[in-house]
Design a binder for this molecule. Structure first.
Ligand SMILES: *[C@@H]1O[C@H](CO)[C@@H](O)[C@H](O)[C@H]1NC(C)=O
Ligand SMILES: *[C@@H]1O[C@H](CO)[C@@H](O)[C@H](O)[C@H]1NC(C)=O
Length: 142
């Protein structure tokens, strides 16, 4: 189990960080708004300004978050991720790990649910289990 999980996380994120507002988002001070832009995981900016405090990513077409994309945002206190068709396979592990690190009071996990596979549709990503039982992450069963 542990070996598979590590393999899953291996491809590390290597984007360069710049302070410019990432295309096609709009920025106001340190608030970066990338919501409602039909962004797919492949068209998501590769990094966000280091000083970002609020990041809107909700209501897009994101199926996964690239590994590490939120890790260097030391000042971020709110990231909205609801309203995206998250695919709950191996690629969801970074998103799930990030959500688990957030203070529950921020409610970052609300509305962040799986759209596929069908057996996990509607399940909150943060509550997916890596172990057996219903809600099992498919990759980890292999
Ligand atoms: C963010 O951008 C979207 C799309 O342009 C817009 O509809 C929304 O009002 C913006 N939100 C904020 C908080 O600026
Ligand atoms: C799942 O997410 C969608 C889109 O954000 C939302 O409309 C729906 O209410 C959510 N379902 C659950 C069970 O949280």
């Amino acid at each position: 189990m542990k070996g598979l999980l590590l393999l899953c996380l291996l491809p590390l994120f290597g984007g360069q960080r710049s302070s410019a507002c990432p295309h096609p988002c709009s920025c106001k001070g340190n608030q970066v708004n990338c919501s409602s832009m039909s962004l797919k995981s492949s068209s998501l900016p590769t990094s966000f300004p280091a000083g970002t405090t609020v990041l809107h990513l909700h209501n897009n077409l994101l199926t996964s978050l690239p590994n590490g994309i939120l890790d260097d945002l030391a000042s971020v206190h709110s990231v909205s991720l609801h309203g995206n068709p998250w695919v709950c396979d191996c690629g969801v592990l970074y998103l799930r790990a990030w959500l688990l690190r957030q203070p529950p009071a921020l409610k970052s996990h609300v509305g962040v649910n799986c759209s596929s596979p069908p057996s996990l549709r509607g399940r909150l990503v943060v509550y997916l289990s890596e172990q057996g039982g219903p809600g099992l992450l498919p990759l980890l069963v292999l």
